[in-house]
Design a protein around this ligand. Structure first.
Ligand code: BGC
Ligand code: ZN
Length: 406
C-alpha cells in the first residue's frame, strides 16, 4: 500500500523521507503505524514498514474482503502468534501479496481488543477481546454458505497468508462476521484461538465423518507431533476422554513432555520407542492426529491405525519428500479395515468458537497448563528480526508471539 512520504526498506528499517513542513510531519505521523511485512516471492524479505492507520469505515483490500455497511469493527492489536507458515512465507515458499501491491503484511493468529464498532454490530462492543478467522470467502458454493474454510476454489484468500494483509500491525479493521469473542478470563490464552480452531475443526471433522459407522466410540489416540498443534490436540482429545499418546522425536524430560503429561497423556519419544513398538505395547489407535509437519510420518501413521479408525492429516508440508513404503499392505489393510483419512485445514467462526470453548474447558480442567505453550514472547513489532530468528532457529520454541499492544 503506497503512503505518501514513507518508503520502507526490506532490509530492515523504516525510512522516512525528509519532510520540511512541521504541519505535514504532524499529519503524516498521525496516519501511519508499523506493520511487519514481506515481499512475497523474495526470500528473507521480512521488514518493518509504515502503513496507514485504518479507520472504521475503511475497506480492507482486496475487494473480496469488502465489509457490509455498518458491520466493521476496529481492533487494537494485543498479541499476534506466528508459526511455520510465517517462516515459509518469509522463505518465499508460500503466500501472495494482495492484488496491485508488492508486499504482504503477515500474521494470521490474532488477538486484540475492540476499539470501535459499526452501527449494525450488536454482538461486540468496545473493550471486548476478540480473535479473527483467517480465510475470507471466495465465490464457491461453500464460500456462500459460510464455509470458506472448505472453499472448492483453487484460489483462497487468507489474511496474512494469501492475497489479504494480516494482523502484524498496531490496529486493524474487519467484518464482525469474522470476529470471535474471547472471554475476559481467557485473555492470557487469546493468542492461541487460531491454532485451537485448527485443532477443534480437525477433530470435529473426524467425528462428523465417522458417523458413516453409525457407532464410533474411539478409546485410544496417537497424536503425532508435540508442537503447539500436537499439544492442543492432546488436550482436546483428553477432554473427550481418550487415552492419548503424544508421539514426538526427542526423549524427555522437557517442556513438551511435561505439558503432554500435565494434560494426562503419555509422551513417547520415537528415538526410544518406535511407532510399531508402541502399537504392539498399547494396541492400535482408533484415532491418529498427525501434526508433525513431516510427510513421512503422515504415511507411516497409516501403518498402525486400528480397524474403523480415522487418521487426521493437518501438516502443511512444503518442498519434496519421497518415501518408500509397502503400498499393497497399506491398501489391503485400509480396505479390509474400513479405515478413513480426513484432511483438515483452516477454520471458520464456528471452529474458532469450538477452539475457544476447548481452551476454556482445558483451563478449568488443567489450570495453568496451556499457558506453558506460550514459550517465546517478542516485545513490540520493532523486534521482527528476533521473531523470525526464533521461528527459524529455536527448535525449542513452542509458540513465538509478538506483544504488540497492552
Ligand atoms: C493457518 C491456516 C491456513 C493454512 C494454509 C495455517 O498456518 O493456520 O489458517 O488455512 O496455514 O494457508
Ligand atoms: Zn497457522
Amino acid at each position: 500500500m503506497a503512503f505518501a512520504g514513507y518508503t520502507s526498506r526490506p532490509n530492515g528499517f523504516v525510512f522516512r523521507e525528509p519532510v520540511l513542513h512541521p504541519h505535514i510531519i504532524f499529519r503524516r505521523v498521525e496516519f501511519a503505524m508499523k506493520a511487519i511485512a514481506v515481499l512475497p516471492g523474495k526470500p528473507n524479505s521480512v521488514h518493518l514498514r509504515d502503513i496507514p492507520v485504518p479507520k472504521l469505515l475503511d475497506q480492507p483490500q482486496p475487494h473480496v474482503c469488502r465489509i457490509p455497511d455498518g458491520r466493521a469493527v476496529l481492533v487494537r492489536t494485543l498479541q499476534i502468534g506466528v508459526d511455520a507458515t510465517d517462516r515459509e512465507i518469509n522463505e518465499a515458499l508460500y503466500g501472495n501479496a494482495p492484488p496491485g501491491g508488492d508486499h504482504l503484511v503477515i500474521g494470521h493468529e490474532s488477538f486484540g481488543q475492540v476499539l470501535e464498532v459499526g452501527s449494525k454490530v450488536t454482538e461486540l462492543k468496545p473493550g471486548d477481546f476478540v480473535s479473527c478467522t483467517v480465510r475470507r470467502p471466495g465465490g464457491s458454493l461453500f464460500d456462500n454458505i459460510g464455509r470458506n474454510d472448505i472453499t472448492s476454489e483453487e484460489t483462497y484468500y487468507e489474511r496474512g497468508i494469501n492475497l489479504c494483509h494480516g494482523y502484524l500491525t498496531e490496529s486493524f479493521v474487519d467484518d464482525a462476521e469474522f470476529m470471535v469473542k474471547v472471554p475476559v478470563k481467557l485473555k492470557h490464552l487469546g493468542v492461541l484461538s487460531e491454532p485451537a480452531s485448527v485443532c477443534a475443526k480437525a477433530i470435529d471433522q473426524a467425528y462428523l465423518a465417522q458417523q458413516r459407522l453409525q457407532v464410533w466410540n474411539p478409546k485410544r489416540a496417537f497424536v503425532m507431533g508435540a508442537g503447539q498443534i500436537g499439544l492442543l490436540a492432546t488436550m482436546m482429545l483428553k477432554l473427550r476422554g481418550l487415552d492419548v499418546y503424544t508421539v514426538a522425536t526427542r526423549p524427555g524430560p522437557h517442556r513438551k513432555q511435561e505439558i503432554a503429561e500435565a494434560y494426562g497423556a503419555t509422551y513417547v519419544s520415537t528415538r526410544q520407542t518406535s511407532l510399531q513398538e508402541l502399537t504392539k505395547k498399547v494396541g492400535k489407535p482408533d484415532l491418529i492426529f498427525e501434526a508433525t509437519g513431516n510427510a513421512e510420518v503422515c504415511f507411516r501413521s497409516m501403518e498402525v491405525l486400528a480397524h474403523n479408525g480415522a487418521l487426521i492429516w493437518t501438516s502443511i508440508t512444503g518442498g519434496k519428500h519421497e518415501v518408500t513404503l509397502d503400498a499393497a499392505k497399506i491398501n489391503i489393510e485400509w480396505v479390509l479395515g474400513n479405515k478413513l483419512l480426513v484432511s483438515s485445514v483452516n477454520g471458520n467462526r464456528r471452529h474458532f468458537e469450538m477452539g475457544i470453548a476447548a481452551l476454556s474447558l482445558g483451563e478449568l480442567t488443567y489450570p495453568g497448563v496451556t499457558e506453558r505453550i506460550l514459550t517465546n514472547p517478542v516485545d513490540g513489532l520493532d523486534n521482527y528480526r528476533e521473531m523470525m530468528r526464533l521461528l527459524v532457529e529455536d527448535k525449542d520454541a513452542l509458540k513465538v508471539f509478538v506483544n504488540v499492544g497492552t
